[in-house]
Design a protein around this ligand. Structure first.
Ligand code: CAA
Length: 259
């Protein structure tokens, strides 16, 4: 088994599980390379792909952060490179054309909370704990935490969590909008699968365009309202768009082809 195990089911869902339970699934170079490879090209081996779930092995941790032991001796250049590679990898996840859900089965700290935030949704087990404890180590988040936490929960609360390093439980994460749902411990993946199965019945072109257009909101180079108009036009003019409207009018279920 690799450092990230990969299972695929007949609903077209891939489950990626980080296999470092003794290190609370901390993200070392090998884990980051595994994610980079999968979201860059590894996924292409699956003819049908409707969604991806990321989770951690064991019951204690989703991911307890970047691997502190690995980066502790990095010089400035090495640490910057580590951060850049992490950013590029998490962008691949955030911009992926099918939904990616974090099944948060325990601690999601530092680079682990950042990984969960790069996913499109987060399902928290009741025992999950979220936090950005980097300031405890005298450093700042390096995988997008200062940006995505603000995007998800707003500046005031984000800056409090980033500065105090406080951990919050699943209920609080849900209240703040960081977790989409809280489920009994052990049910995280199942809940994520049921959401992905529902999305899997929708038009794939539309699903990809929703992700792309929502992401555009956070890209200062793009006029996101204009982008929505253009992408709406393209979606209407796609085979799936025609099929969806025809199926409604003919009172039948649409058959989408992803074209
Ligand atoms: N990196 C490397 N190893 C880690 C780790 C991490 N982030 N988190 C936990 N581990 C290891 C521990 O060193 C320990 O290994 P050993 O048995 O070999 O000593 C093992 O996992 C179990 O951990 P603990 O004994 O500490 O377990 P605990 O139940 O007492 O505490 C915890 C759990 C509160 C999560 C604690 O492990 C902890 O505070 N971990 C570090 C959390 C953290 O600071 N994360 C941020 C990292 S920095 C970062 O992520 C920067 C970035 O944005 C890029």
């Amino acid at each position: 088994m690799g450092i990230i195990s990969e299972t695929y089911n007949d609903s077209g869902i891939v489950i990626l599980t980080i296999e470092r339970p003794k290190a609370l699934n901390a993200i070392n170079r090998e884990v980051m390379q595994g994610f980079n490879h999968f979201f860059f090209e590894g996924y292409k081996k699956y003819e049908k792909l409707t969604g991806v779930i990321i989770t951690g092995s064991g019951r204690k941790a989703f991911v307890a952060g970047a691997d502190i032991k690995e980066f502790s001796n990095h010089n400035r250049e090495e640490a910057t490179k580590l951060s850049t590679y992490g950013h590029n990898t998490y962008f691949l996840i955030e911009r992926f054309h099918v939904p990616v859900i974090a099944a948060v089965n325990g601690f999601a700290l530092g680079g682990g909370c950042e990984l969960a935030m790069a996913c499109h949704m987060r399902i928290a087990g009741e025992h999950a704990r979220f936090g950005q404890p980097e300031v405890n180590l005298g450093v700042i988040p390096g995988y997008g935490g200062t940006q995505r936490l603000v995007q998800l929960i707003g500046k005031g609360k984000a800056i409090e969590l980033l500065l105090t390093a406080d951990m919050i439980d699943a209920k609080e994460a849900h209240r703040l909008g960081l977790a989409n749902h809280v489920v009994p411990s052990g049910m995280e993946v199942q809940m994520a699968e049921s959401i992905l199965k529902k999305i899997g019945t929708k038009g794939p072109i539309a699903v990809a365009k929703v992700i792309e257009t929502v992401n555009a909101h956070f890209d200062s180079q793009i006029h996101a309202f204009e982008k929505e108009q253009v992408e709406f036009g393209k979606s209407i003019d796609s085979e799936d768009g025609r099929e969806g409207a025809a199926a409604f009018i003919e009172k039948r279920r649409p058959v989408f082809k992803g074209k």
